[in-house]
Design a protein around this ligand. Structure first.
Ligand code: AMP
Length: 481
């Protein structure tokens, strides 16, 4: 299938071509024609599937087909995102895909000076990308008028609910025209009852678009668990990064404090590292991300919320320094790698008291994550732990497939790919995803990180700073404070 066949106009096709995209992803192939027809959609797509282009391309096309004079403080398309980073990234995408079409966009989020945002909104804009809290600030100040919104996009709706934005969203929706008088698109990686309820209230006879099996891990990500004593995790991490010559690693910790401490310790070990979390100023977060993307910092230590929505081209490694308390966060975390058709590795350093958390994750994945004990870092393995009831046979050192225990089903039905492609909708996955994230991969040998000495990547090999690198575009220009 080609982008041309989706009915996109020449200016958009040109921008797509400049990005080097050769064909639409499954979510794009399904969503773009529906949005162009004016339909409401409820799309099950996790990050990494190309969902952003799935809504920005047809949105830009519709705007250009129905030119309208700008009224003061007016907005024609409103995109709500849970985090500032995601807002900035959506803004970047709109700028990238819309570079050959006239449009005016603005991005508003908290943590930065509101005045430049007010000036930007004053004469009216076509597209506003916003986080809920700051948008309500503008509504209360009367610096934005949402009464003429023609399209509403709710991006990462499940995360917005997780982050407690439901009341803010309801207040914002009250300022918009009714469901009959606007087009509404909802994107969510998962569909818990609350999301379905919200969709029932906010969407008008939506078309369902399901291409990514909710909670299935991205097929191309190779996952491994390294059992290790808690107090030796930092040492092991430094060893893996150093010995493997990893140049770009995203590391997750559970707490902001833990992220700061780990970044400091890695620095002390001679690895350039920085932390990104909600307590940092927006300027510090922007700088940290830009440094990481441009290769000035090797290790970015993040908390879950800060990392949500980060789009880092070609990120090869994600490390769970601590497993998340919520199994779904594991899927979101490892989805930071393996994007845009690339392969990626996700490693979890698992201490004795985390086996239960791993059990929860594997239950969600409906498959086991291969275990590999690394030489010199032996620790209690799953089988050796009484609080994880395994049959003990599948836990050999370095073995890829670590158990013959049947993964328990949790009663949830796998979501089918409606387009019959069999794929799970993630970029570059053409091998018929089975929603089983990782089973097939276990046939490969477990990662040989300790032995593997990768040649140093020269500066010239570094991923090119893409249009998305750093916050160099829209967000930066609007909000230098
Ligand atoms: P998203 O799921 O929207 O966060 O997109 C994930 C990544 O896929 C981004 O880096 C996009 O630039 C990239 N991407 C989007 N559409 C395509 C496509 N059709 N072909 C290749 N890469 C794409």
């Amino acid at each position: 299938m080609s982008f041309e066949s989706l009915g996109l106009k020449a200016e958009l096709l040109r921008a797509i071509d400049e990005q080097g995209y050769t064909e639409p992803t499954p979510i794009q192939a399904q969503a773009i024609p529906l949005v162009l027809q004016g339909r409401d959609i409820m799309a099950g797509a996790q990050t990494g599937t190309g969902k952003t282009a799935g809504f920005t391309l047809p949105m830009l096309q519709l705007l250009s087909e129905r030119p309208k004079e700008r009224a003061a403080r007016s907005v024609r398309v409103l995109v709500l995102t849970p985090t500032r980073e995601l807002a900035a990234q959506v803004a970047d995408s709109i700028e990238t895909y819309g570079r050959h079409l006239p449009h005016r966009a603005a991005v508003v989020f908290g943590g930065v000076n509101i005045n430049p945002q007010i000036s930007r909104l004053r004469s009216g804009i076509e597209v506003l990308i916003a986080t809920p809290g700051r948008l309500l600030d503008h509504v209360q100040r009367g610096t934005v008028d949402l009464s003429e919104v023609e399209m509403l996009v709710l991006d990462e709706a499940d995360r917005m609910l997780d982050m407690g934005f439901i009341h803010d969203i309801r207040r914002i929706v009250k300022c918009l025209p009714g469901t009959e008088d606007r087009q509404s698109l909802m994107f969510s990686a998962t569909f818990p009852g609350e999301i379905r309820k919200l969709a029932g209230q906010m969407l008008n006879r939506p078309e369902l678009v399901e291409v990514a099996a909710p909670n299935a891990t991205v097929e191309r990500i190779e996952q491994v668990v390294h059992p290790v004593e808690k107090h030796r995790k930092r040492e092991l991490l430094s060893h893996l990064v150093g010995a493997g010559n990893w140049q770009q690693v995203l590391v997750f910790t559970r707490t902001k404090h833990g992220a700061n401490r780990l970044a400091r310790q890695l620095e002390a070990d001679g690895l350039s590292a920085t932390a990104i979390h909600g307590n940092k100023t927006q300027a510090a977060r922007t700088r940290a991300l830009a440094d990481f993307k441009q290769g000035r910092v090797r290790v970015l230590v993040a908390t879950d919320i800060a990392a949500r929505g980060l789009d880092i081209d070609h990120l090869p490694y994600v490390v769970n320094f601590e497993l998340p308390n919520v199994p779904e966060d594991y899927v979101h975390r490892i989805g930071r790698t393996g994007r845009a058709g690339r392969e990626g590795k996700a490693l979890s350093l698992v201490a004795r008291d985390e086996w239960k958390l791993l059990g929860g994750i594997e239950k969600l994945l409906r498959s086991k994550v291969p275990q590999q004990v690394l030489d010199g870092y032996e620790a209690g393995t799953r089988a050796a732990n009484s609080d994880y009831h395994d049959n003990g046979r599948g836990n050999e050192r370095g073995a890829g497939q670590n158990s013959d225990r049947k993964p328990r089903r949790n009663g949830r039905k796998p979501v089918r790919a409606r387009n019959g492609s069999g794929g799970n909708g993630n970029l570059g996955n053409n091998n018929g995803g089975n929603g089983n994230g990782g089973k097939r991969r276990t046939e490969r040998p477990a990662v040989q990180l300790v032995r593997e000495q990768r040649p140093a990547r020269s500066q010239g090999d570094r991923p090119a700073a893409s249009a998305k690198a750093g916050f160099s575009s829209l967000a930066d220009r609007y909000f230098e404070d």
